[in-house]
Design a binder for this molecule. Sequence first.
Ligand SMILES: CC(C)(COP(=O)(O)OP(=O)(O)OC[C@H]1O[C@@H](n2cnc3c(N)ncnc32)[C@H](O)[C@@H]1OP(=O)(O)O)[C@@H](O)C(=O)NCCC(=O)NCCS
Length: 145
Amino acid sequence: MSIDVTVREIRDDDVDAVIALWHASGVARPWNDPVKDIAFARRRPNSTIMVTEMKGRIVASAMIGEDGHRGWVYYVAAAPEYQGAGLGKSIMTAAENWLRERGVWKVQLLVREGNERVRRFYERLGYHDTRSICFQKIIEPNPLT
Ligand SMILES: CC(C)(COP(=O)(O)OP(=O)(O)OC[C@H]1O[C@@H](n2cnc3c(N)ncnc32)[C@H](O)[C@@H]1OP(=O)(O)O)[C@@H](O)C(=O)NCCC(=O)NCCS
């Protein structure tokens, strides 16, 4: 892309800007606590958040993790005013490289049913629909771990 940007790992002083980006781009959900999600992704070396900085502003993000089997990407977001300029592609490249460096060979992510726009974005980047259904259950974490 032609805009001068830096892609790097999140820092403590980025947290508010990342949350603002998630709200602006629509990836924040009322049932998820972004402060908790960011802290949880940063607590161990198998997960992190990559951000794109442009002129001192956080304009893109991707949360990345490897669970011992697959790589996962969440909270992929580009600032609305810069969408379509390559930020999404470049943050996904950074996410894939982070996983590659850790030996991960399959990357997965969730797309809400009916979100055709985002589906086309990921297809453009080489992702395909695995025709799987995501099942979920809320469990109480063990406070000692
Ligand atoms: C999805 C999102 C991250 C994409 O970021 P972006 O910066 O707009 O996308 P890019 O400009 O990097 O596009 C990368 C490529 O995908 C293509 N693409 C992007 N959206 C597309 C669409 N709707 N249809 C077809 N192609 C698309 C681009 O043309 C580009 O192709 P190229 O490599 O040939 O130039 C961004 O639109 C966004 O933040 N959306 C709202 C939040 C969201 O829904 N996130 C996903 C959660 S699962």
